[in-house]
Each structure stands twice: as structure tokens, then as C-alpha cells.
Design a protein around this ligand. Structure first.
Ligand SMILES: [Cu+2]
Length: 242
């Protein structure tokens, strides 16, 4: 009997150990969604003079505004990078790196998109859709900076990033008005607010997270968000004019 008791106790201990060591999922089923709003005087966003590049200028019917503060209807703030800054367990398995590339296009002497995120190790495909010379420069500090010249339309160049970095400033050495922002993260839990201000981060494992909303002109806001199971949690952010 004593032996049986010991076996049961050992068995229970083993079950406990296995449970404690049960592999965590890289992804879960929870969602964080919300809207980013802007209050105060709308930014002026001066019009860009593309006279020096007629082939870019010809792609538009009117002069394009700068994108430092894109405010839409009802004060919706676009181009806000929203991401899980902390809270993922250190022992969480690494999320797989997507096989598909993130694309940044130089089109009409603008970067499309203006704000984007990528995972560590994922391919960034840099395209030139203009029949003019662009030279994209990545002003990285935690990753290797680069400078890539693409003199003709249709060129594609791939780059990857080895370390998380929020943000890497991208700019064109040929056109002073061209700039974009790239965030490099070790996980897929990020989104960029659209022209309606909305964002959605899907696939979060249960947990409590620090979620940061970053804007190039208006700074950062943070929120603590707890999610479980397949719940969807709403977390809005509001940025004020500067
Ligand atoms: Cu350029």
C-alpha cells in the first residue's frame, strides 16, 4: 500500500510538472481592437512640390499633402502604429516568420505605405514603381542601416532585420519629402490605424499586455490590456494636437 501511495504521489507530481511545462502557444485567439482619435487643430500638412520630378507629378491631379498627421472624418487618426510592447512571456515560443514579404513601394515619389511593421527575419521587399531614381535609406540603430539605390522602374530589393526596433526611419536621399516609418518586432502582434482610425491586433494568447500606440508627430500612448480566450477587447487611443 505504501508503495502504491508513493506511486500515486509521484504520478501526481509528474502530472503537475508536465502541466507546468505544457508548451505555450505562439498564438492565441484573443483580439485587441480600437480606434485612434485626434483632438485639437488639425495639422496643416503642406502640399508637396514635385516640379523637379514631372513623372511623379503626372501621377496626381493635385499636389499631394505631407503625411505627418493624417486626420480623417470625425477626428480619426491614421498611420498610428499600435503594437504589443511587453507582456508576452519570455519563454513563449517564437511566432513563425511569415513566408510572405512586407512590401514598401516607391510610387509617385511617395512611400506606400507610410507606416509599416515587419517581423524579425521577415523579408522586406523594396519596390520602385517610378521611372525615376530613388535611394532608400534606413536609419536603423539596432539593425544594420542601409542605403539602396533603385534607378529604374520595376526594381525589387529584399532586406531582413535581425533585431526588434521601433522605429526605423526610412527616407529617400533624392527626394527630401519622401519618408516612412518601419517597426521591427519579434512577434506578429501589431497593426497600423487606417484612415478611419481603426486597428485590430489578432491572435493574442491570453495575458496582460502593455500596448503602445506610436505616432510620428504626436508621440506615444500606452495602455494595459488583459485578454483571455477568444475575447475581443476594445482599447481606444486619443492623441492631442501639438
Ligand atoms: Cu525618391
Amino acid at each position: 500500500m505504501r508503495r502504491l501511495g508513493l506511486t500515486i504521489a509521484l504520478g501526481a507530481a509528474l502530472v503537475g510538472l508536465v502541466a507546468a511545462r505544457a508548451p505555450r502557444a505562439a498564438q492565441g485567439g484573443a483580439t485587441v481592437t480600437g480606434k485612434v482619435k485626434f483632438t485639437g487643430a488639425k495639422p496643416a500638412n503642406p502640399r508637396i512640390d514635385m516640379a523637379e520630378e514631372p513623372q511623379c507629378k503626372a501621377k496626381y491631379t493635385t499636389a499631394q499633402p505631407a503625411e505627418e498627421g493624417v486626420v480623417g472624418a470625425s477626428g480619426a487618426l491614421a498611420n498610428v502604429f499600435v503594437y504589443v510592447k511587453s507582456g508576452l512571456p519570455a519563454d513563449a515560443p517564437k511566432a513563425p516568420v511569415p513566408a510572405t514579404a512586407v512590401v514598401i513601394d516607391q510610387d509617385g515619389c511617395r512611400y506606400k505605405p507610410h507606416v509599416l511593421g515587419i517581423q524579425v527575419g521577415q523579408n522586406l521587399e523594396i519596390r520602385n514603381s517610378d521611372p525615376v531614381l530613388h535611394n532608400i535609406k534606413a536609419k536603423a540603430t539596432k539593425n544594420r542601416p542601409f542605403n539602396i539605390s533603385q534607378p529604374t522602374a520595376g526594381m525589387k530589393t529584399n532586406r531582413t532585420f535581425a533585431a526588434p526596433e521601433v522605429m526605423v526611419a526610412l527616407e529617400c536621399n533624392v527626394h527630401g519629402w519622401m519618408n516612412a516609418w518601419l517597426a521591427v518586432l519579434p512577434h506578429p502582434f501589431f497593426a497600423v490605424s487606417g484612415t478611419d482610425g481603426s486597428f485590430t491586433i489578432k491572435g493574442l494568447p491570453a495575458g496582460t499586455y502593455t500596448v503602445e500606440a506610436w505616432h510620428e508627430k504626436y508621440g506615444v500612448q500606452t495602455a494595459t490590456v488583459t485578454v483571455a480566450g477568444t475575447a475581443s477587447k476594445t482599447q481606444d487611443f486619443t492623441f492631442a494636437a501639438k
